[in-house]
Design a protein around this ligand. Structure first.
Ligand code: ATP
Ligand code: MG
Length: 275
């Protein structure tokens, strides 16, 4: 078995966190889901697949000078932080330098990050996908044995339209969809405790009903989530017992319940899910 295949063969579930639209919270959800899976006793890695706009170095709070070790055979040792094994294009480049790559180069870079990283034994590898439904998504779907998907949307119709495109793309590439995560679904006023659905209502339930897929989580819009993401202190590590951490833990429990754990003795390719 080639080393690259070996690196993936020790991963029981690979979960891609995807959406059609940018800025809906894929990276924030990926990281907090990864950490919640860990809280629930799983060994977890996170791969930042957003080659052009990686977020995970900043969100994990990994200083710019920390670089992964690249071995003689080109395999890469992931950076371990908050107990997660992490890999991102941001670890291999300067934070301020834009990635100026044509599509095929970006696709190849992602494939290499996925297969050359020495992940070791993992119950879950969470892949934080870039926005859209482009080459990166299709090539991952075609090249790896992706088995399920979950789509992140916010409640706005504008986000729902793009989530629909992501779902249609996943159906075309024959990836079963694990479910929908509705992010920024409701806001509870910290003063009067009144709950408002300031971005509207119904996107997740319309998608769930049209495509017969479950809504796995309805995550609150919280100032702490935004501040923690921007400050590199993931929410699940900070706001134990809060509405947000409970929601992330409940999402993680559902992901575990719906995941297929590859038996150790099978030669079947790695099992990949898209969130
Ligand atoms: N539930 C939430 N409550 C408050 N802020 C949130 C929440 N989820 C995400 N955010 C904030 O929204 C912004 C966008 O989130 P994030 O970067 O995770 O989105 P994304 O979908 O990964 O974006 P991109 O498509 O650019 O990769 C960030 O500033 C993040 O802190
Ligand atoms: Mg992102």
């Amino acid at each position: 078995m080639a080393n690259t295949e070996k690196n993936l063969s020790c991963i029981k579930n690979i979960i891609l966190v995807a959406s059609g639209k940018g800025g809906v919270g894929k990276s924030t959800t990926s990281l907090n889901l990864a950490l919640s899976l860990q809280v629930l006793g799983k060994s977890v890695g996170i791969l930042d697949a957003d080659i052009y706009g990686p977020s995970q170095r900043k969100m994990l709070g990994i200083p710019n000078e920390v670089k992964p070790e690249v071995l003689e055979n080109n395999e890469i040792v992931p950076i371990e932080h908050h107990g997660l094994k992490a890999m991102s294009a941001a670890f291999l480049s300067d934070e301020k330098a834009p990635m100026v790559w044509r599509g095929p180069m970006a696709v190849r870079a992602l494939q290499q990050m996925l297969t050359l990283t020495k992940w070791g034994q993992l119950d879950f590898l969470i892949i934080d996908m870039p926005p859209g439904t482009g080459d990166i998504h299709i090539s991952l779907a075609q090249q790896f044995n992706i088995s399920a998907a979950i789509v992140v949307t916010t409640p706005q119709i504008i986000s729902e339209i793009d989530a629909r495109k992501a779902i249609e793309m996943l159906i075309k590439v024959k990836i079963p969809i694990m479910g929908i995560v509705e992010n920024m679904a409701s806001f509870t006023c910290p003063h009067c405790r009144e709950e408002s659905r300031i971005f509207g209502d119904g996107a997740a339930s319309r998608l769930a009903s049209d495509y017969q897929i479950p809504t796995l989580a309805s995550l609150p819009l919280m100032q702490e989530i935004q501040e923690n993401a921007d400050n590199g202190v993931p929410s699940i590590t900070q706001i134990e017992g809060s509405e947000a951490s409970d929601a992330y833990l409940s999402l993680a429990a559902k992901v575990i319940a719906r995941s297929y754990n590859k038996p150790d003795d099978t030669s079947k390719s790695v099992n990949i899910s898209i969130v």
